[in-house]
Design a protein around this ligand. Structure first.
Ligand code: NAD
Length: 467
């Protein structure tokens, strides 16, 4: 594994400090990583600010072409990026490969979008035009669960709109982002894209930085609230993609065998470390036992191992803090429910937790009320439809949800009553770059990607002329 560098003002530079990055499957040091100082953050912001007028004035066709070229580069380096992602994040190599290919697809699609001027009125009285202007320097702050995919939710749209960027990956998963920066360093003019890495100490400085005009943040609701508070000082624009506690609602008319694999995937993908994972599964009493049994079979058959090993279905948790947190949820599960699969951390190096299914549990337990962000699924029994809708909505979160039924009309009626940014029917976790994504309630503010997400990286300007 070669050396890693920060990207500041078009140059690959070492950090003022260094920090170790661990492989979560072994807890061994994977690589040393440059760690930026506050001075280097300021350099990166200054470079982005200096590059902004030139990039904003570059025709949008050129900006789009640069984003598409990055998609080509990502695809040409999929193997290297995916291996790096697996070794620092922990996910199985096929999933890491899918993440890198997904990243390329987001760059490619968003690179096809335009921001045309819109004529609102052209009359004898006035001519009114609406333009989408760039904002300036964008600070992009990324979590550790999907380091590259979430980068692709922000970076292409920011660039196409004419903004420049300072990107900060999460402290435990910076390497694949730094490698990406190295690969695309020559595509853009110096300063248009800057990538730094920190030890969880520069995010706050970014949100307070007077020269950053917008923070595009993905992470926990707790940190999102801090971002919003500091943005208030200067009315810095924000998009917040935060935590979730997605309900899956299984109706009485399902075939348990048929739906179980989709439900399992929706809850356990990336070892449950997905903002949009099913985190509470509500199952009608008439199919409760069968659905529990199917999920147990799937959990017991899922191979949990180092993500670089062939056949691994679930990798480790990404970091020690999350591992300890999920162990706390296991304690709660044993206290408040009936653990029917898994239920323990694995006795081996690495942050491995057995895929766990918990039945006979309900609201009032931590596992149901809070975001577990790990491979532990509570399965909750219900009898009445109105009651389950109320319980599904009885949370401060509102990111995603799913309804599972053999009657599409019935499922659709229920979907319209769920308070969340996305509701899926007979699936969970289906995302695409042309479908906007965002959270309701405390799961976020604003949306990402698609035309709506692109617009969030712009300032609407109206030119209203007398005729
Ligand atoms: P986190 O909030 O701890 O960290 C996210 C990022 O914020 C990191 O880069 C971190 O260094 C940075 N940060 C830390 N303190 C900061 C501060 N005061 N100001 C600004 N930035 C700061 O989140 P995490 O533990 O890395 O990620 C897991 C959480 O992210 C879960 O809650 C999950 O649901 C959520 N998430 C949401 C989405 C979404 O799109 N809605 C996607 C993925 C993850």
């Amino acid at each position: 594994m070669g050396a890693f560098n920060l990207l500041i003002n078009g140059r690959l530079v070492p950090g003022d400090m260094e920090m170790p990055i661990l492989n979560p499957a072994t807890e061994e040091v994977l690589s040393s990583c440059p760690r930026a100082s506050k001075r280097q953050l300021d350099q990166a912001v200054a470079a982005a600010k200096a590059a902004y007028p030139g990039w904003a004035a570059t025709p949008i066709e050129h900006r789009r072409a640069a984003v598409v070229k990055m998609a080509d580069i990502i695809e040409a380096n999929v193997g290297e990026l995916a291996r790096l992602l697996t070794s620092e994040q922990g996910k199985p190599l096929p999933d890491a490969t899918a993440e890198v290919m997904g990243m390329a697809a987001f760059f490619r699609y968003l690179g096809s979008l335009d921001l045309p001027m819109r004529v609102i009125e052209d009359s004898g009285e006035r001519r009114v035009e609406a333009f989408r202007r760039p904002l300036g320097v964008i600070g992009a702050i990324i979590p550790w669960n999907y380091p590259l995919l979430i980068l692709s939710f922000k970076l292409p749209s920011a660039l196409i709109a004419g903004n420049t960027l300072v990107v900060k990956p999460a402290p435990t998963t910076p390497l694949s982002t730094l490698k990406f920066a190295e690969l695309v360093a020559d595509v853009l003019e110096p300063g248009v894209l800057n990538v730094i890495a920190d030890a969880n100490d520069l995010g706050d400085a970014m949100t307070h930085h007077p020269d950053i005009r917008k923070i595009s943040f993905t992470g926990s609701t707790a940190t999102g609230k801090k971002v919003m508070a500091s943005a208030a000082e200067t009315l810095t624009r924000i998009t917040l993609e935060l935590g979730g506690n997605d309900p899956g609602i299984v109706l009485d008319d399902v075939d348990p065998k048929k739906i179980a694999p989709g439900v399992f995937e929706g809850a356990f993908q990336n070892s449950g470390q997905v903002c949009l994972a099913i985190k509470r599964l509500y199952v009608h009493e008439s199919v409760y036992d069968q659905v529990c049994d199917e999920l147990v079979t799937l959990a017991n058959n899922a191979v949990v191992d180092d993500g670089s090993k062939q056949g691994t279905k679930l990798g480790p948790l990404q970091n020690k803090m999350q591992y300890e947190k999920v162990k706390g949820f296991l304690d709660d599960a044993h206290k408040n429910g009936n653990v029917i699969a898994g239920g323990a951390a694995m006795d081996r190096p690495g942050y491995f937790i057995q895929p766990t299914i918990v039945r006979d549990i309900k609201e009032g337990s931590r596992l149901v009320d809070e975001e577990q962000f790990g491979p532990v699924l509570p399965v909750i029994k219900y009898t009445d439809m109105e009651d389950v809708i109320r319980r599904a909505n009885g949370t401060t979160y509102g990111l995603g949800a799913s309804v599972w039924s053999s009657d599409p009309k019935r499922a659709h009626d229920i979907a319209t009553r769920i308070e969340s940014g996305t509701v899926w029917i007979n699936k969970h976790l289906d995302m695409a770059p042309h479908i906007p994504f965002g959270g309701a309630k405390q799961s976020g503010m604003g949306v990402e990607f698609a035309e709506e997400g692109l617009a969030e990286f712009t300032q609407l300007q109206i030119i209203n002329a007398a005729v």
